[in-house]
Ligand binder design. Structure first.
Ligand code: HEM
Length: 189
């Protein structure tokens, strides 16, 4: 997993619980990595899962909720760090249609060691979009939060439903509806 994701997680923890909590999390997590996480570096997925597990245990947070909240936070950071991907769009739908063929493909070009998920975007009708997430990491909850972050970024409410999800979480199908009132997932929290 790229260092940029670790750096965003660090800011998420610092802004939510404070800088000293992050230091304590680092001190109390058994990490494979001994050096500081730097943006362009590549680190074991296990380290990210261990850091998230530490936060969940510390605050008695269910893992799905923690991943989703982190995803929502992360999109604001990712889009600020790479403004070229969101520039020129004023609605989530055309932006999300570029996710697999442009955004994550360019991430892969920039960082050959990165393994972003496969995201297929299917135009399923006016004001609708189907997103199919596939990754052996099984981080569909993170994808869910990132989609909420996209909706925040473009100030466009969106109803998100999970139409399908494999038992091992490696493939999720999201149906987005920009005309329907947002569900509870679209409400800040
Ligand atoms: C400006 C927009 C975005 C950028 C620059 C970006 C970039 C990245 C990068 C650098 C990674 C780490 C890959 C690695 O370390 O191997 C990643 C992972 C990921 N991205 Fe994106 N991303 C963006 C938007 C999104 C959105 C909107 C979604 C929602 C569907 C998404 C879903 C994910 C997920 C779930 C992962 C975790 C890895 C996995 O599940 O295998 N990304 N992205």
């Amino acid at each position: 997993m790229k260092g940029i994701v670790f750096n965003i997680f660090e800011r998420f923890v610092q802004q939510t619980w404070g800088g000293e909590v992050w230091e304590d999390v680092l001190d109390t997590t058994e990490l494979i990595t001994k050096d500081p996480f730097v943006g362009p570096g590549d680190y074991p997925d296990a380290d990210m899962f261990a850091l998230v597990a530490n936060i969940c245990a510390r605050y008695e947070l269910p893992l799905p909720a923690a991943l989703r909240t982190f995803g929502r936070f992360a999109f604001a950071e990712l889009s600020a760090a790479t403004p070229q991907f969101v520039a020129g769009f004023s609605h989530p739908k055309p932006f999300l249609l570029t996710l697999g063929d442009i955004v994550h493909r360019d991430v892969k070009k920039l960082y050959p060691a990165a393994t972003p998920p496969e995201i297929d975007a299917i135009d399923s009708g006016p004001d609708r979009l189907r997103l199919v997430y596939a990754s052996k990491r099984g981080l569909g909850e993170l994808a869910y939060g990132l989609i909420e972050g996209v909706s925040d970024h473009f100030k466009t409410p969106c109803q998100i439903s999970v139409a399908d999800r494999t038992a091992d979480d490696t493939r999720w199908v999201f149906d987005l509806d920009f005309a329907a009132p947002p569900n509870s997932a679209g409400v800040a929290g």
